[in-house]
Design a protein around this ligand. Sequence first.
Ligand SMILES: Nc1ncnc2c1ncn2[C@@H]1O[C@H](COP(=O)(O)OP(=O)(O)OP(=O)(O)O)[C@@H](O)[C@H]1O
Ligand SMILES: [Mg+2]
Length: 234
Amino acid sequence: MMRLEGIEVWYGKIMAVSEISLEVNKGEIVGLIGPNGAGKTTILNSVIGVIKPRKGEIVFENEKINDLQTHEIIKKGIAIAPEGRKLFPFLTVEENLLMGAINGEAWKKKSENLRFVYSLFPRLSERRAQLAGTLSGGEQQMLTIGRALMSKPKLLLVDEPSLGLAPKVAMEIYRLLQKLREEGVTILLSDQNAKRVFEISDRAYVVENGRIVMQGKSSELEKDERIRKVYLGL
Ligand SMILES: Nc1ncnc2c1ncn2[C@@H]1O[C@H](COP(=O)(O)OP(=O)(O)OP(=O)(O)O)[C@@H](O)[C@H]1O
Ligand SMILES: [Mg+2]
């Protein structure tokens, strides 16, 4: 469904990631794990066109999307639930959701997509008139994912969804991602918490210092000696 080939991203004079090649197949949950500053967000932001790689190709459904702008990439069927949530705190839950649908076709289907999001997240439905800034952390994360779903993406990028959440709440978010996959959404998920990523992903890539240093089936990676030591604390 989506493929990165030899992506290299620079911020000014600093190279953040290089030689990043990865693929996501339809129906998969693919994990990106790695420590602070490894380059996970940079990779996801490249896919959605927020950052333009200096080298490499980004291919989505057999079409090169490097040169498209973010709103055009969203129209093709990719959306992002960004790191740090980036909600509009003084807008209501429903207004925040509608922000995810301001893009062309999605606006025409906003009622249908709102129903879809509310059916997935009954808590958001109950709180549709509440200001986003007054939601709990877990609810804000649900809203971030819900907003991304308002453009009916085929591929959803989720960046650090469990950041700052209590373990129980993080588990709830992860269960929702599993449910989303059952609904037919393909997911590329970044999280520092490798244990959680392994639990729900089919495959994963390990990013360190801007490079992919390991990749494979999650069930196999979690048995790897070095992964167990460095990422699972075992
Ligand atoms: N806007 C920016 N300007 C300059 N350097 C940046 C910028 N954004 C990221 N970087 C650098 O690029 C590298 C990769 O950062 P990135 O945010 O992609 O890592 P990450 O894996 O998402 O980390 P975290 O787990 O902390 O979210 C880091 O060295 C970071 O300092
Ligand atoms: Mg990040």
